[in-house]
Design a protein. Structure first.
Length: 332
């Protein structure tokens, strides 16, 4: 039987954005404390002040580390307390969106000279033992890359025989149709070692790992994307500067599939409407910025093809929000 011994990962900052079910984030946080007890952890709270207090109490009770709870509006920072803290809960005072929520943590990480790598981790994930060691190993071999994990469907991960890959590191993106193609989606985890290395257009944001230096050179996530496309935009800017995209197949992260924004079959109608609006809006924003010549085709896909596809899927309630999202982006 293999015995797992976590390595010292004090040079890694793990950024988790909380929004939605508090129990989901607490499960993620408990797993992070277990596999990376020395990491610098920032939970960016897009939820309520009560949830910020619960997150801070949980962190103090479940980890042998200094924990700091601070309000994002408080610009003063006690550097002594800041440098001693290994977990910081930041209450943002409302839902800033995913990109802005991540940036709250990234900014704090970049203020620390001891932080060499930053790991953006969704709150509905469960990183497996050894995942951070694998990422650090990949980063040592590929220091000029943005790195993604083998993301496994949490709902089909009861055993290796049943486990299915959700995303192998990242995703291909077709700017003409605006469709995404997650690498090796649905492949059995048993076939992991034999899967070819895929071409990627971006690293999946549920588990995105890179150096602090790359964040300093590329910049923060673009906060104009409230939801969706923020990691595609970041990776596009990174590759334009000559950085690579790499799949770390040995790093395994279970993912609950967008618990915060919802998914068909389990999400409320309101969650699905919000997601449809922001996905459509972000699609047009990204196209206008990075593929301006393809904007007419993107509009055709989003104004005609996508509504028909939603009708076929029985998601009639999302058609209006999706069309409003296109319009909102177009007039910005």
């Amino acid at each position: 039987m293999l015995v797992y011994h976590p390595i010292n990962c004090a040079s890694v900052a793990i950024i988790i954005v909380h929004y939605g079910r508090i129990k989901t984030t607490l499960r993620c946080l408990a797993q992070v404390f277990s596999i990376a007890p020395d990491a610098f952890v920032v939970v960016s709270n897009n939820g309520s002040s009560e949830e910020a207090n619960e997150l801070a109490a949980f962190a103090k009770d479940h980890s042998k580390r200094e924990c700091l709870l601070r309000d994002a509006k408080d610009e003063s920072l006690d550097w002594g307390t800041f440098l001693l803290a290994r977990t910081i809960i930041v209450h943002n005072g409302g839902n800033l969106g995913f990109a802005a929520g991540c940036n709250v943590g990234v900014r704090l990480a970049l203020q620390r000279n001891d932080i060499e790598h930053i790991w953006l981790l969704n709150n509905d994930t469960q990183p497996k033992a050894g995942s951070i060691e694998a990422l650090l190993g990949c980063a040592a071999k590929h220091p000029d890359a943005v790195i993604g994990s083998t993301v496994v469907d949490m709902n089909a991960a009861g055993s290796n025989e049943e486990a299915r890959i959700q995303v192998a590191g990242g995703v291909r993106y077709n700017p003409l149709s605006t469709r995404i193609y997650p690498a090796h989606e649905g492949a059995s985890l048993l076939d992991l070692d034999s899967l070819p290395r895929p071409r990627l257009d971006y690293i999946y944001g549920a588990s995105l790992f890179t150096s602090s230096e790359i964040f300093r050179k590329v910049g923060l996530l673009d906060e104009s994307y409230f939801l969706f496309y923020e990691e595609l935009d970041f990776c596009r800017r990174a590759t334009m500067l000559g950085y690579g995209l790499h799949w770390c197949r040995e790093s395994h992260v279970l993912h609950g599939v967008s618990e915060s924004v919802g998914r068909p079959g389990s999400a409320s109608n309101e969650q699905m409407r919000i997601a449809a609006f922001h996905e459509a809006r972000s699609t047009i924003l990204f196209t206008r910025r990075h593929h301006a010549g393809l904007l007419p085709f993107a509009l055709l896909a989003r104004l005609i093809v996508k509504p028909l596809w939603l009708v076929m899927r029985g998601e009639h309630q999302t058609i209006g929000p999706a069309l409003r999202g296109v319009w909102a982006a177009f007039i910005e």
